[in-house]
Design a binder for this molecule. Structure first.
Ligand code: ATP
Length: 243
């Protein structure tokens, strides 16, 4: 991919009160890449995404296309093109599927944007046909996989430059997860959306990622092309819990 410095993370520290979680992360993501962040429970994967989207305060530097993201509120980060799909999805159960998706476009107001938002809704439905069929149903009545589709679709309604996905496979059946990851890869290829995905299911994430980073106790212990990490048997055994 071009522009190796689209997302630049330098010396990133972050934590919660006294708890220091991230101990100085350095990595970069090229525009249009899918980057996977892997590692055991509590390594700091979620905290990394939160630091990128303004949900926790970070020290160091995180630039997107040259613009500093640290010190921004979540809304400011969203205005700069960062869409964060949190673990647990955060869909509104009592609202319809379509209402949930439209919430993702709430920053895009005004008459001029209205037609574009409606067109984008159609685009989302093309990626997720199950959501088109259920557009008028309450989000809470859909399956876990479909709710994850809503959460991702809602994030895409922002037209993000950077899409952050936290454990999209959580609680989903393997087949559903595989379908979901296939759609994420299609979005990445067709929209050129840069994606950072945090996953417990390393094998699955490595199938769609271009590059991967393994995080352990707040530090990156391994970085490289996804193919190399996937094919390195020892790496898989030590870091990914597979053999
Ligand atoms: P998991 O898959 O369990 O979410 P993770 O790699 O995403 O793992 P984080 O969620 O980033 O890890 O958590 C890193 C550390 O920060 C853990 O020790 C966790 O207990 C702690 N932590 C996470 N959120 C908070 C919070 N809101 N307040 C205090 N500590 C937190």
């Amino acid at each position: 991919s071009e522009e190796p410095d689209f997302l630049e993370v330098r010396g990133l520290h972050a934590g919660y009160g006294q708890a220091r979680v991230l101990q100085g992360l350095d990595f970069s993501v090229a525009r249009g890449e899918v980057c996977a962040i892997l590692g055991p429970n509590g390594a700091g994967k979620t905290t990394t995404l939160r630091a990128l989207s303004g949900m926790v305060r970070g020290r160091g530097s995180v630039t997107l296309n040259g613009t500093e993201l640290l010190g921004r509120s979540p809304e400011q980060a969203a205005r700069l093109g960062v869409a964060h799909v949190p673990e647990g999805r955060g869909t509104f159960n009592d609202l319809t599927v379509e209402e949930n998706l439209r919430i993702g476009a709430h920053l895009r107001t005004g008459r001029r944007n209205r037609a574009a938002v409606t067109a984008d809704l159609e685009r989302i439905y093309d990626y997720f046909p199950a959501l088109r069929r259920r557009s008028r149903q309450a989000a809470g009545s859909l399956s876990g996989g479909e709710q994850q589709m809503i959460a991702i679709g809602r994030a895409l309604m922002l037209r993000p430059a950077l899409l952050l996905l936290d454990e999209p496979s959580l609680g989903l059946a393997p087949l559903v997860t595989r379908e979901l990851f296939g759609i994420v890869r299609a979005v990445n290829e067709e929209e050129r959306t840069t994606v950072v995905v945090v996953e417990q299911n390393a094998q699955l994430a490595l199938d769609i990622a271009h590059r991967a980073h393994v995080l352990e106790a707040g530090r990156l212990v391994l970085s490289g092309p996804a193919r190399e990490i996937r094919e390195d048997g020892q790496v898989a055994e030590v870091y990914l819990g597979v053999s």
